[in-house]
Write a protein that binds this ligand. Sequence first.
Ligand code: HEC
Ligand code: HEC
Length: 209
Amino acid sequence: MTTNITYLIRFTAPLILSLLIAQPALANGDVEAGKELGYTCLGCHGIDGYRNAYPSYRVPKLGGQKAAYLVVALEGYRNGTRNHPTMIAQAQSLTDQQIDDVAAYLASLGGEAVAAGGSDTATAEKSRPDSAQACTACHGPNGVSVNAVWPTIAGQHEDYLVHALEKYRDGTRTDPLMSAQAMLLADEDLEVLAHYFANLDGLETTEDK
Ligand code: HEC
Ligand code: HEC
């Protein structure tokens, strides 16, 4: 009985939510204005495989990430739902308009694989673990998000995905939708899922061209 209820919550709640939540207005940042601000960001986000010192994990890829999600993420560092000290300092130095601009700029770098829709359905299905069914309603069947304020996770660094999921689980990163999802994951699921999504075609390191 409990299993049935858990199953129902896990699989139907996200579907209903994704239908109820309206698509937000598109972020209206200015790519040219964002380019100047983005210079600092590329010092970490623009270097392939660059690592956060402690704990050690690779800094997230932003190329091809949705601009509206980058805005939500930067606001999260500013308002305390995310707790990374360097990123809090970076985000606090930006005005709302600057956040829109830098998000538009970073999202414009790379991301051809995401623009093309990510891995094809057959490839994505072949290696998909059962546990990933709980994720696809929001993050898309191939890890390319279905909503502009939700992150694409396809192609993201595997160790960053593990790190992010652990933070939702221990409560140092909070989100009304994602926290509950992460709480349900055992360590093993978490690793299997991070491995699966990281290996799909998707995000890229943001290298200025
Ligand atoms: C010193 C290295 C460093 C610099 C400089 C830096 N970042 Fe970050 N950034 C990180 C790390 C590490 C994370 C992951 C933090 C965490 O675990 O929450 C991150 C996370 C992010 C995220 C969240 C990504 C996601 O997938 O949720 C965004 C958006 C972001 N940074 C944007 C920026 C912008 C914009 C700038 C420049 C104004 C910038 N960063 C400068 C290291 C850096
Ligand atoms: C109801 C919708 C929903 C479902 C279902 C869902 N997520 Fe999420 N996920 C989100 C949202 C929204 C965010 C961004 C939250 C934030 O701003 O911190 C997110 C963020 C994430 C992140 C962090 C990405 C980043 O760039 O920092 C990872 C990793 C993730 N989800 C993995 C998963 C996995 C694995 C599953 C399945 C077990 C899953 N999600 C199920 C909505 C969902």
